[in-house]
Design a protein around this ligand. Sequence first.
Ligand code: GTP
Ligand code: MG
Length: 1121
Amino acid sequence: MGLPSLEKMVQLQKRTANIRNICVLAHVDHGKTTLADCLISSNGIISSRLAGKLRYMDSREDEQIRGITMKSSAISLHYAEGNEEYLINLIDSPGHVDFSSEVSTAVRICDGCIIVVDAVEGVCPQTQAVLRQAWLENIRPVLVINKIDRLIVELKFTPQEAYSHLKNILEQINALTATLFTSKVLEERAERESESQGNPNSDPAEQVYDWSAGLEDTDDSHLYFSPDQGNVVFTSAIDGWGFGIEHFAKIYSKKIGIKREVLMKTLWGDYYINMKAKKIMKVDQAKGKKPLFVQLILENIWSLYDAVLKKDKEKIDKIVTSLGLKIGAREARHSDPKVQISAICSQWLPISHAVLAMVCQKLPSPLDMSSERVEKLMCSGSHTFDSLPPETQALKAAFMKCGSEDTAPVIIFVSKMFPVDAKALPQNRPRPLTQEEIMQRRERARQRHAEKLAAAQGQSTSDGSALGASPEGEEPTGREQQVESMAPKPVPEEEDNQETFIAFARVFSGVARRGKKIFVLGPKYSPVEFLQRVPLGFSAPLGDLPPVPHMASCTLEHLYLLMGRELQDLEEVPPGNVLGIGGLQDFVLKSATLCSLPSCPPFIPLNFEATPIVRVAIEPKHPSEMPQLVKGMKLLNQADPCVQILIQETGEHVLITAGEIHLQRCLDDLKERFAKIQISVSEPIIPFRETITKPPKVDMVNEEIGRQQKVAIIHQTKEDQSKIPEGIQVDSDGLVTMTTPNKLATLSVRALPLPEDVTRILEENSDLIRSMEQLTSSLNEGRNTRVIDQKTQEKMWEFKGKLEQYLTGRKWRNTVDQIWSFGPRKCGPNILVNRTEDFQNSVWTGPAGKACKEASRYRDVGNSIVSGFQLATLSGPMCEEPLMGVCFVLEKWDQSKCEEQGVSEKQNQDLVQEGRGAGVSCPPGDEKEELQDGHCEPFEKRASQKGESSLPDCYGPLSGQLIATMKEACRYALQVKPQRLMAAMYTCDIMATSDVLGRVYAVLSKREGRVLQEEMKEGTDMFIIKAVLPVAESFGFADEIRKRTSGLASPQLVFSHWEIIPSDPFWVPTTEEEYLHFGEKADSENQARKYMNAVRKRKGLCVEEKIVEHAEKQRTLSKNK
Ligand SMILES: Nc1nc2c(ncn2[C@@H]2O[C@H](COP(=O)(O)OP(=O)(O)OP(=O)(O)O)[C@@H](O)[C@H]2O)c(=O)[nH]1
Ligand SMILES: [Mg+2]
């Protein structure tokens, strides 16, 4: 098929039913880009000889060098089958975990996907991840089992073995589908049950499915992959062939005279054929019959490979003639068997046909969008579809209709912004000259030639003509410039930055036209708020709209057809198409919803699987280039869906990426593309968390504590005590009592480690906690705008129930009801529990209790206590890292002395009013380290000026003192408990052959990794090792593994959880055995202390390192330093 013209594509874009928006998803290196090459070559965009070698969609240089895809990119293809013509918008995605956010941007704008699985490696971790993403987005998958040639050439399987192996892969992937399906059904059932409980009047007949009837009644057969369903093809992308069983069913039904339908059902599965009787029967294993798939399909392919690899010319010729193919003389003579194979197979079983036919038949068009998907896309946050305003609900019909009439609202989703060189934009490319221009040019050239001739003649006649000739000589240049300015338009950008951003988008409804005005809705935009502010039927021009938060309006300046490495200009894009939009870079940061109606809600945020975890600080080599760096980092932030940039309190510019390769790519981009300056990059900043544990039962030599004889000095307790200054009471149980500097209020705080499950629940529900917090604060401010919708309420109770389930036992009695706040930032994994008697307050019900005067005093300064707690949880005493899994219990809070001191009630009240404001405004800061004690200072100063006359002391207002005292009390309460560091952990999946297994283990154990599971892939000698590895030890890990195993194993690292480092950073030997074992100075490696000191050094905190304790030998001093 030839290269389709732009007009053809424009025409195809209008036939919505024949559009397929699909993406190719798989584990890294399973052959997505190679497959895309094959499909692209079918359109003549690249030559079929180069397919698989070029990797056309990998347009970046580093993608080509590393051999992995790093971004998703789209290309539009034309495919004709019979009388039907299709437009296929194909998106190639990366398989490496570091770039999994790019997969999210791709699945959002597709309706279906091709899951590619390597026939040798089978289902891998990323296969699971991408299948899950496809499910979460409600897009339909089809399966391509690729690299079948490896089963023949590398594993040397017989066709029968290959069949069993393939069956196995299908079973694995179907098992995965089943798990996804079951969890989804159960989830929905639970949802529906709770809905119907909440709404007893609902008519059961309205429900499409009766979910309560259970799983077994739900038909799920269409979800599974099976060749007889037509949703599986077998391919070898590198050799350019592929087939679904339909192809063979067609051939053999003619050849052996069995109905095609029968063959479709039996070509895959344990059936064999009795040739004589022309009957198909179930395989009886004992008789050793071959299944049809082996006999009629695989054996033919195997014998072809066999003949070509053995260079059996006769046999090859025979096969080629029997298949009725024509092989070019060049290929037939080629010494490389691969060339011959691909020449024969790509004619016999063209891969593009097999794959694209399946895509067109089995994947939905934009018109088939399910109502379930639409509702899910529209319901961001905790809103249910039913809770949306009626104007918004009405848009669902537009989504489903995907109409192109003028009345249809235009709805576009931008899933990412990608940078392109401004010169590469179609409007800046030199366009072909028109006939007229060619004429003009010819005329000018003729004139120039004539002038030159004349000048040459003049020179030969007069000697002094050099001077006179020069102005004449310049003239042509002047004209040339004129010509230049007439041809391509100059690039509008300034010299140093030629990058411009194109939005990677899809039209969901209406026609996107150039020049159309449209609303840009940010992720936090709320149509409810708009409808409240702007009267219904607002008809003034868009520019006159009152300002609405998170909404802007812009014009669609340029529309493009995405063609892999190129863009084509379009005037309009009908609904259901993937497109590029230019000119949005000032309106859209990373993703956005564009709509012609303001009643449209923003789409739900993209589902990112990877968490950015690797941080580095960046600075320019030459300090004067700071502005370029800042600008470059902004551009980088816009260009990458998952990168985060921030400026720390210290002024450092920090870049957070998903992993090492991602980091490398970001730095390259920054250096070469966005900032174009030399930069220096810090060592990766590794995040830690601080926590406390229960006191250990055994000591460091595994002796039970308490039994062994104590040696003379009890170092540790002594040191611990010495950290607590005088005037602070600590009881034996760890209860810290502290008084405010003016001695008027006393607080008693205890720190307790939370059970692991509770910490996990807190982490999982941080979004919910945040929305609870927002709700309370808006209620407090008297803005009763947001009515809690039922779903949030239910989730809240469910969350509370879960906490109650895990916080059991005497120690935790009533704790859940007494939770006052979460921290840090009011949504973190630590809790503040209020057990004071005079004043009760809980996150669930708000302040309650006695309505006496005292209680109201407590209530008014309560925010100071919460602020103190927030500050304490934001940075712990060990190395100022955030806390995790700690519960602070406020046991006593005595403020009665305030009264005695006769502080004027009224004035105090005034202050308190202000204090409340400060307490609220302080915590939800954007980034970690910026919240320090001094942050609330302006308020303190202000208040103290005002309150000087009324307060008898010089300590400032009570609320400020309470914040500081609470913070300090929490810190001391932590310090009297066994403190521990928590390390961020990666899970790591490594695939390795048995011979390099030992080396993989060696690298893992050197880096403190822990193997969780080791599994052998059936039928191969590959092992899959699942391990956990501290992030702190992971730098260079992938490289080391690759080097040690000569590239045979490569790990995939994904952030998984936080884990307590068992060793105590403050540990010193206290018993005789410990002395014997570790030596008096215990200077053997203490991992936790090493990490802690590294962080302290980085933050410029003092590090307690005993360089030389007993300087018996002066000589060693310099060494030990
Ligand atoms: N033997 C064999 N090798 C293949 C086949 N398809 C792809 N490959 C090879 O597999 C390697 C990876 O192919 P890619 O197409 O880059 O894989 P990918 O899935 O795009 O990889 P990422 O984009 O990095 O996730 C390349 O070396 C290909 O040559 C195949 O059918 N058979
Ligand atoms: Mg790729």
